[in-house]
Design a binder for this molecule. Structure first.
Ligand code: GDP
Length: 523
């Protein structure tokens, strides 16, 4: 069991939209597939690397950017890559995915440096102390100076960086990188014939000087100014204090092989998962895992609902009876799948770090735990206080049934939080969102998936708190505030703004308004 766990790497990419997350995802999968298929390693010993007809592979394997959990193999190691939703908005989904990984790759556009969404996602990783690998992408285009990029990460994120590679040639003239572990150069050349996997050649320092003259000298001078990537740096990375940095251009698959290698060599394998009581579930304890994402309608033909479970301990075997911690009921895992693009395969077994998709698991909600043997109770998946509120109404009264069904399902999936208020009744639920983009997703899915277009009427609230029962009436009598009830029974007091909240709070017993969740500081 421990050996299986030690061969797993489970990570997600965090980035700002357009930095190249989809491109990098595909490049990684293609690179792994190419290594596996050609049985060769890239660019070692002045030998030409693998150039692959990746287009065929894409057709063959159906890689798509909508994959929620990709698994690929590099030698003995299985890499699980979780997709984070791409929208620019503050999104709860992304945070839940990040609760299921052991490592993150922070993708930075070399011309833009740190962007707002990257900063937010970084904070979530930092709160969980997830080790972060930095990949500076788009070096084939005009870019900032490498030292300026490192400096920005250091000063704005307070994260030390240690480059593992250093670019040879300024942005837009990307000849390759210095591998700082060996001092040798990996030269990148675009492959002929439109294939996307770059050719890689290994060059000695003398060979590199010969070929690239001043660009090589400059790279040498620059990277000598920064700390070496050594055992100490590796340990600091595993503690979440230092980030190894790579330079590349995902669109040409340059530097992506080095990223894959670093994931294999340096990224953490699954560790014992923390339990709610402060203890840990050992990796070799009986099976346990938790649902970090629920997705419906992935397969239009089957209208199914898939619950994604991260395995935390033990061996998962398809068909094994499990206990669903939330209900205490047993759960049969007969329909377990892995998802690779549009292609789904039955999963027969899985180990810590792996992701299992459970089909038609109607009883499962985000955050739910499944286990075998002694009970496992994991801390709750982080939730965030909503800041946007809208009344949802069915646009065509003849579609009320579909409307109710759709809203209930989106609530279960955690796409949006659904509340009702005494003032408005259950026919017009109030949707509560962390970011406004969640409303667009709801509108779109209600119209297209449930055939029940909706009208949204924004409410002028921006702050939510959990009230003690004895103050509910007082709040309901206050202008610019009211109490809603979330479908899980939690009362939610909402306020127009901070000023209104402070005024109300001044008149109430101390402690009668609490944060909705324990995660207020991240919101
Ligand atoms: P995402 O929004 O982060 O998923 O970004 P995409 O992968 O869709 O990429 C956004 C745009 O950047 C697309 O037009 C890509 O072709 C382009 N892109 C991605 N990686 C690179 C790169 O390494 N170099 C260049 N020049 N363009 C890239």
């Amino acid at each position: 069991m421990l050996e299986e766990a030690s061969r797993r790497r489970t990570f997600a990419i965090i980035s700002h939209p357009d930095a190249g997350k989809s491109t990098t995802t595909e490049a990684l999968a293609l690179h792994a597939a190419a290594i596996g298929r050609a049985g060769a390693v890239h660019g070692k010993g002045d030998r030409k690397g693998v150039t692959s007809d990746w287009l065929d592979m894409e057709k063959e394997r159906g890689i798509s950017i909508t994959s929620s959990a990709l698994q690929f193999r590099v030698g003995d190691v299985r890499i699980n890559m979780l997709d984070t939703p791409g929208h620019a908005d503050f999104s709860e989904d992304t945070y839940r995915v990040l609760s299921a990984v052991d490592c993150a790759v922070m993708l930075i556009d070399a011309a833009k440096g740190l962007e707002p969404q990257t900063l937010k996602l970084f904070e979530v990783c930092r709160a969980r102390r997830i080790p972060i690998i930095t990949f500076v992408n788009k070096w084939d285009r005009p870019a900032l100076e490498p030292l300026a990029i490192l400096d920005e990460i250091d000063t704005r994120l307070g994260l030390a960086t240690v480059p593992v590679t250093w670019p040879v040639g300024p942005g837009g003239e990307f000849h390759g990188v210095v591998d700082r572990r060996t001092g040798r150069m990996i030269e990148y050349a675009r492959a002929a014939g439109g294939a996307t996997l770059a050719q890689e050649h290994d060059l000695s320092p003398e060979g590199a000087l010969d070929r690239f003259g001043e660009d090589w000298v400059r790279a040498e001078e620059e990277h000598e100014l920064v700390e070496p990537w050594d055992e100490d740096a590796h340990e600091a990375f595993l503690r979440g204090e230092t980030s190894p940095v790579l330079f590349g251009a995902a669109v040409a698959n340059m530097g992506v092989g080095a990223l894959l290698d670093l994931l294999v060599e340096a990224a953490p394998s699954p560790a014992p998962w923390p339990l709610a009581d402060g203890g840990e579930r050992p990796l070799d304890a009986p099976f346990s895992g938790f649902v970090f994402k629920v997705q419906a309608g992935m397969d239009a033909a089957h209208r199914d609902r898939l619950a994604f479970v991260r395995v935390c301990s033990g061996r998962f075997e398809r068909g094994m009876p499990l206990v669903h911690a939330a209900s205490g009921r047993s759960f049969v895992s007969k329909y377990a799948q892995s998802v690779f693009g549009r292609d789904r395969r039955t999963v027969d077994e899985a180990f810590p770090g792996d992701i299992v998709g459970l089909v038609n698991a109607a009883a499962l909600r985000v955050g739910d735990t499944l286990y075998d043997g002694p009970p496992a109770l994991f801390p709750p998946v982080p939730r965030f206080s909503p800041e946007h509120f809208s009344i949802a109404r069915v646009a065509d009264a003849g579609r009320s049934k579909q409307f109710r069904k759709g809203i209930a399902q989106l609530d279960e999936e955690g796409v949006v939080q659904v509340c009702v208020s005494d003032r408005r009744g259950t026919a017009s639920p109030v949707l509560a969102a962390v970011g406004p983009m969640q409303f667009e997703v709801v509108s779109d899915r209600m119209a297209h998936e449930f055939n029940a277009p909706i009208r949204l009427e924004p409410l002028p609230y921006s702050i939510a708190r959990r009230p003690e029962p004895e103050i509910v009436d007082t709040i309901n009598r206050t202008m610019g505030a009211e109490v809603l009830h979330r479908t899980d029974g939690t009362p939610v007091a909402v306020f127009r703004d901070q000023w209104r909240l402070s005024t109300v709070q001044g008149d109430l017993p101390a402690g009668s308004l609490k944060p909705l969740f324990g995660e207020e500081s991240l919101a």
